[in-house]
Design a protein around this ligand. Structure first.
Ligand SMILES: Nc1ncnc2c1ncn2[C@@H]1O[C@H](COP(=O)(O)OP(=O)(O)OP(=O)(O)O)[C@@H](O)[C@H]1O
Ligand SMILES: NC(=O)c1ccc[n+]([C@@H]2O[C@H](COP(=O)(O)O)[C@@H](O)[C@H]2O)c1
Length: 261
């Protein structure tokens, strides 16, 4: 086992054992002291890919007038799905690899874990234990923002009430992605919210908290589930290179056992 693997395993086991903790930093800054904006990419990182990287880079461009810190946050519980391989400790290692890619570009980056599936709970935990003040911006793909705004996650409460604090004191960078809506409709989403098109479900005041960013065409389709299938099907390096950064490919190739079986 590598040193990083040993550390990741130990941190993950201690997090698992501590039933009262819902968030822990695994790698990087335990406290944010020097950044005006915290950019949080919450994901299952199974594996981390170019779509995630592009989301981070385009969001950093959006906040380029301010000092920033990126938090890669692994959700060990998903709001909808049961966990799939790879093991969480392997994913944490891949997150550290991606954090190192960012650090190599002089971007401040840390890696954390949370037990919370829903953004409303992730928001509360981060405010309580990581960034009490300052801009907190969640980085999401278009498919995720529309799911965050689905009322079914908050019954018996109203969406507008359940997410009120979160929307008042945080914001969302939302990257376009191939899905049910055209890119133009995705770009117009925040404007439609601001015009009141979704009221009373989604308050118009939330529109200004959502910054829709346009993806690069080549990354609109990238997804972890397709990559796992490609790896299981022994797809060519040429295909994987379009989906995964080189250091992540190297990490996957260097594993003694396949990690996505
Ligand atoms: N290609 C992409 N373009 C834009 N956003 C993306 C892209 N891939 C992932 N995201 C966003 O990154 C966040 C974390 O992604 P997630 O871990 O769900 O990856 P995924 O590739 O969608 O995984 P899976 O295929 O297993 O659902 C989500 O908000 C998701 O919408
Ligand atoms: N209502 C919500 O807050 C909500 C809805 C769907 C997914 N999520 C979260 O979004 C993240 C990405 O989810 P997927 O891997 O399913 O795309 C996960 O942490 C998941 O739990 C949150």
């Amino acid at each position: 086992m590598s040193t990083l693997e040993t550390i990741c395993l130990a941190v993950y086991k201690s997090f698992q054992a501590c039933k009262t903790s819902s968030f822990q930093i695994v790698y990087g800054s335990k406290r944010i002291v020097d950044a005006r904006v915290l950019l949080v990419l919450d994901s299952s990182f199974n594996p981390p890919h170019w779509g995630h990287y592009t989301l981070i880079k385009k969001s950093l461009q959006f906040y380029s007038d301010r000092s920033s810190h990126v938090l890669l946050m692994l959700s060990v519980n998903n709001a909808d799905k049961a966990p799939q391989p790879a093991l969480f400790e392997k994913r944490i290692e891949m997150m550290c690899v991606m954090a190192d890619m960012l650090k190599a570009e002089s971007i401040n980056a840390s890696v954390g874990i949370t037990t919370h599936g829903k953004y409303v709970d992730k928001y509360k935990t981060l405010r309580e234990s990581y960034l009490p003040i300052g801009t907190l911006s969640f980085l999401v793909g278009f498919d995720t923002i529309t799911r965050i705004f689905e009322p079914k996650y908050y019954t018996p409460h109203l969406l507008s009430e359940a997410l009120n604090d979160c929307m008042m004191f945080s914001e969302f960078c939302c990257l376009t992605r191939t899905g049910q809506q055209s890119v133009n409709d995705q770009i117009d989403y925040a404007n439609r919210i601001s015009k009141g098109d979704y009221e009373p479900t989604i308050p118009r005041s939330w529109g200004k908290k959502i910054h829709v960013l346009v993806n690069d065409k080549r990354y609109e389709n990238v997804s972890s589930s397709k990559i796992r299938r490609d790896i299981q099907n022994h797809s060519s390096l040429a295909i994987l290179t379009k989906e995964l950064p080189q250091p992540i490919i190297k990490y996957i190739q260097n594993q003694a056992e396949p990690i996505f079986m």
